[in-house]
Design a binder for this molecule. Structure first.
Ligand code: DOR
Ligand code: ZN
Length: 358
């Protein structure tokens, strides 16, 4: 069989990205905008984006951070707190630029302190979202320190997500960054209103990458990568073509100084390598024919948006493509996700434009 070396697909979108703010935003925005047409921009900046007015301001800061001439469109999210009002949901639904509301269980992850402690307290807001057709994006882990860190996704599904779906079956939910066979199985067992995003790193890593041969802080994120059977299930879901599984990088930059310390921060900065990495995994699985579905078609369909009207060409280079080990911000370096294997796929740059070199 001849090897596929060129693939023209709709421009991909990233359905889960942390672009941060300030100096970090200015350093990372171009990397997401390079390969992706749109991204769902997560609201866990400091202070969190809890209102449509704040989301509008943040959106402008993102646009300002893009290279001149970029056509990248940030899709904004609201950070759900126990003080969010149903009226804010109405404003979000009519804003045109807020596409989801993010539920962080309080204490589950980075900047989640203002998140939800008691789901009962946000039920009126969730009911309004179901009516408005607004997507609920969830960090699917319980924060209970009594639950083993590797079981927190499953516990969230059993204790929070499943009861919520039974109460509000019309609510459209994305189980973000699904990491476990249990989570994949749960999404498969549910109807059309539940989907899951999948990250490049959870297609590649298991917990051994983090914990074996020394401690690898740049492979630490939440939900933490699980075992080989879990990775298999996540890979199978990604390449299956099932529209309920789509790409969300969860690119989550932290300064190296914050990652490489005694209590290293959770988050993997993968924007520069995400698409190449996913293409490589699909090639390995013999499913390059499903790549466009995963990165460019299923996400917009779930969010009731049109797929991109522009196309990109991915080309497989004989030699591994050059990827920066780290990028610089005004506050220090940020290490780029290294999947541990050479990357051969790269988006073709239109004639006349300079290819980024490192
Ligand atoms: O690893 C993670 N980092 N997981 C999250 O849920 C949040 C993210 C971040 O914002 O750093
Ligand atoms: Zn995230």
């Amino acid at each position: 069989m001849t090897r596929v070396t060129e693939l023209t697909i709709r421009r991909p979108d990233d359905w889960h990205a942390h672009l941060r703010d300030g100096a970090m935003l200015r350093a990372v925005a171009e990397w997401t905008a390079r390969d992706f047409g749109r991204a769902i921009v997560m609201p866990n900046v400091v202070p969190p984006v809890t209102t449509v007015a704040a989301a509008d301001d943040y959106r402008r800061r993102v646009l300002d951070a893009l290279p001149a001439g970029s056509a990248f469109e940030p899709l904004m999210t609201l950070y759900l707190t126990e003080s969010t009002t149903p009226e804010e949901i109405d404003r979000a639904a009519s804003s045109g630029f807020v596409k989801a509301v993010k539920l962080f269980p309080a204490g589950a992850t980075t900047n989640s302190e203002n998140g939800v402690r008691d789901i009962e307290r946000v039920m009126p807001v969730l009911e309004r979202m179901a009516v408005a057709g607004m997507v609920l994006s969830v960090h699917g882990e319980v924060a209970d320190p009594g639950v083993d860190v590797f079981d927190r996704e499953a516990a969230f599904i059993d204790l929070v997500l499943d009861p919520l779906r039974r109460r509000l079956p019309e609510l459209r939910i994305v189980l973000e960054h699904v990491t476990s066979a249990y989570g994949v199985g749960y999404v498969l067992s549910a109807g059309r209103n539940l989907a899951a995003s999948i990250t490049p790193h959870h297609l590649v890593l298991t917990r051994s990458h983090i914990l074996s041969g020394g401690l690898h802080p740049h492979y630490y994120c939440l939900p933490v990568a699980k075992g080989p059977e879990d990775r298999r299930a996540v890979r199978r879901a990604a390449v299956s073509g099932d529209p309920r599984f789509f790409f969300g990088s969860d690119s989550a930059p932290h300064l190296d100084a914050a990652k490489e310390r005694a209590t290293g921060s959770a988050g993997i900065f993968n924007a520069p390598t995400a698409l190449a990495c996913v293409a490589q995994v699909f090639e390995e699985e013999g499913r390059l024919d499903k790549l466009e579905t995963f990165v460019a078609l299923s996400g917009p369909a779930f969010y009731n948006l049109l797929a991109s009207s522009s196309r990109i060409t991915l080309r497989r280079r004989e030699q591994p493509v050059a990827i920066p080990d780290r990028i610089m911000t005004a506050d220090g370096p940020v290490t780029v996700f290294d999947p541990g294997f050479p990357l051969h796929w790269r988006v073709e740059v239109p004639d006349g434009q300079d290819e980024k070199t490192f």
